[in-house]
Design a binder for this molecule. Sequence first.
Ligand code: N01
Length: 524
Amino acid sequence: MLDAIVIGAGFSGLYALHRLRGLGMSAQVLEAGDGVGGTWYWNRYPGARCDSESYYYSFSFDDDLQQEWRWSERYPRQPEILAYLNHVADRFDLRRDIRLSTRVTSAVFDDGWTVTTESGERLRARFLITAVGCLSSANVPDLPGLDRFAGDWYHTGRWPHEDVDFTGKRVGVIGTGSTGIQAIPVIAEQAAHLTVFQRTPNFSVPARNAPLDEEFQTSVRARYAEIRALQRETGNGHPFHLSPHNAVDTPPEKRREVYEAAWQRGGLRFRAAFNDLLSSEEANDTAAEFIRDKIRETVRDPEVAERLLPHDHPFAAKRPPIDTGYFETYNRPHVSLVDVRAAPIVEITRDGLRTTAGEYPLDALVFATGFDAMTGPLLGIDIRGTGGSLADKWRDGPVGYLGLQVAGFPNLFTITGPGSPSVLTNMPTSIEQHVDWIARCLRHLRDHGLSRIEATERAERAWGREVREAADRTLLPKARSSWYLGANVPGKPRVFMPYAGGLAHYARLCDDIATRDYEGFRLS
Ligand code: N01
């Protein structure tokens, strides 16, 4: 029997294996893809890059690694992040314990975990660690007629490995989330005609991507200790604090100047321009209106601009995209915008897509329709604990303790599971915090001659309340169409899934719980 099985070889699985090895434990990573990289292995769509800046969307656990790696741009492209993760796999000699093309179909607890793969093979381990990602279960809407479509169709999160050439083609894109907003301007460069099918208009801030010069890289390398410490001190794992000022008390002229400077600097930091943007609707309205004005200024056709204006959710209550030329793309003569909220999609036909307002001929269709987030990747595996299946337990939405464990599933750890800050943060920072906590816990068990750990139902219920209350202290639940609430997947329970209390606060809670002999867990 192995000490641990880890499912997934993205950022989380790679780091988990490294830490387990450090504890002298035997571990196997099982990975469905035929390469390492997780999100960055699957998401190869045109324009795919990270919205966190490269110098901090990376591991911090090894100083030599961060000193030697060179990022080329402010926001790294998918191939560059994939190359980085392959480098990590080689540098730390991880591959010999990673089995690729090995999809796990079930995991059953019976005094240890028995994991079954798609090929029917069984492996046993004392501990099971899921490193399956939060956004890895592609959501392809169930549209009638898709099987009849004569053209090619793609989901951004399952993009082919070979180049897809849209030259001369009439392409449709469904979805205007972070992915659609990255892909649309790039697809428009190639396509003969691009039709964007938009259900919910979105806020977006310019990324202002640029190559990184040597001076900046040298200064980052010299300051890495300080940068990493700052990431761990902030609410969302980025190396910057929210402004000390609030928007409500700032005079309108000054406020506009602050927004303008943040707009020019670009990137996710725009939402840190004032400290009350996610807690006060009045404050949020000022940011939302500033962005709507920018959209009106950028898009030349006032009717198209009007259709692009987001009104149904506060700014940043859904994950705010950042873009390179997104709104400008709608000024191109071969790009059109179709409002599928006003005239919903009826079906896919042999030659295109039909809404209640008409038919749009297409040679290719791209689903930028997101993911069955957070719970989807876990429920895609038939996980059975002492009292039944995870699917039954989560029928009305996910429950768990700290997003790390679920009562009734002993020795199962869920890296960045529902109820942890995860998707509200810079993911590598959250992943390192979770893996470090799990490693500390495993060492504790070993040092105390213990072999089993399980969250109590009481602790789980209390944590569920804390997750709800933390969300309710913000404007986040007001975005009713958000995948944070499961709203993008028909039939999914509407439960706010990530923990909105901030990463630094959460990490302190996790450490305190460990220090108090793993309060809320049963150890034996
Ligand atoms: O997915 P989304 P995404 N008919 O769910 C629409 C991360 N990410 O892949 O809003 C018509 O946000 C849907 O409409 P609505 C990031 O955390 C990170 O873009 O549900 N439309 C929406 O417009 C992000 O938040 C990076 O009404 C349908 C879109 O499809 C997360 O991934 C880069 C539809 C889906 O948007 C997910 O982003 C990219 C239907 N049936 C993404 N179903 C990084 O930088 C859905 N839509 C690391």
